[in-house]
Design a protein around this ligand. Structure first.
Ligand code: G3P
Ligand code: MG
Length: 241
């Protein structure tokens, strides 16, 4: 099986993570898919940003949840990054889905609800993916076990991934029991027997964050379903070889 290459937060080595320039680059580089992170604003708009707080990747401070979408739109989410990205804006999940709708890209929407368990985030995200008719190429993932279970109750068609970096010899069966149909694992958890077991249980396996060639090689050779990488251009070139 050919491993699909997902641009992690967009092509985030080359442009500010989770912003339009990073997504656009991933598309131009011909990545197979894009991974992005979702938090919820004060007015319940899902917005694409990795951290619960604004400080690292914008010129704002404090929690995302304490601001309305309109307020967050005023921030600069590009200046922190080397190069000329001044005035790059945060975008909503809806803006992202509108953009990706007619592009041949897989999507992984990661719910960032393991630190703040945002109320109704699963329903809000799921309904939006459905509205844009993207169910068959979207995976919704989360580190939050309760959230995996809630997603499972919500819908049986969309792919749900349990995200983890914890060593656990029963990972595949436990994720399956939660209701996941995929596992998204830190690269240190990857080994041949995990892949074998995941095939037995018909679970997809994607690996993060794969930025080094020896890790790409391991993922490609073992036949992982996908990798998340900040350098999709290099991962694609290497896969060709
Ligand atoms: O979804 C894979 C990966 O993005 C999970 O970790 O912290 O980069 O969102 P993180
Ligand atoms: Mg992520």
């Amino acid at each position: 099986m050919t491993s699909k290459i997902y641009a992690h937060r967009g092509a985030s080595k080359y442009a500010p993570e989770n912003t339009m320039p990073a997504f656009q680059l991933a598309y131009e580089m011909k990545a197979d898919g894009i991974e992005t992170d979702v938090q919820l604003t004060k007015d319940n708009i899902p917005i694409l940003i990795h951290d619960e707080v604004l400080d690292r990747t914008t010129d704002g401070t404090g929690f995302v949840k304490d601001y309305t979408f309109a307020e967050l739109k005023k921030l600069d989410a590009g200046s922190w990054f080397p190069g000329d990205f001044t005035n790059t804006k945060l975008i909503s999940l809806e803006e992202f889905l509108e953009w990706i709708q007619y592009k041949p890209l897989y999507l992984n929407v990661e719910l960032k609800n393991n630190k703040i368990d945002y109320e109704n985030l699963e329903t809000i995200v799921f309904d939006m993916v459905k509205k844009y008719e993207l169910m068959d190429r979207t995976t919704i993932s989360t580190f939050n076990i309760k959230s995996v279970k809630r997603l499972k109750h919500l819908n049986h068609k969309i792919e749900i991934a349990y995200l983890t970096s914890k060593q656990d010899k029963n990972l595949v069966t436990e994720a399956k029991a939660m209701g996941a149909n995929a596992i998204h694992i830190h690269y240190k958890l990857l080994n041949r027997s995990l892949i074998k077991k995941s095939r037995e249980y018909k679970m997809n396996v994607r690996v993060y964050t794969v930025n080094q060639y020896f890790l790409m090689k391991k993922c490609y050779h073992l036949g992982c379903t996908g990798i998340f990488t900040d350098i999709p251009d290099k991962a694609l070139k290497y896969r060709k070889k």
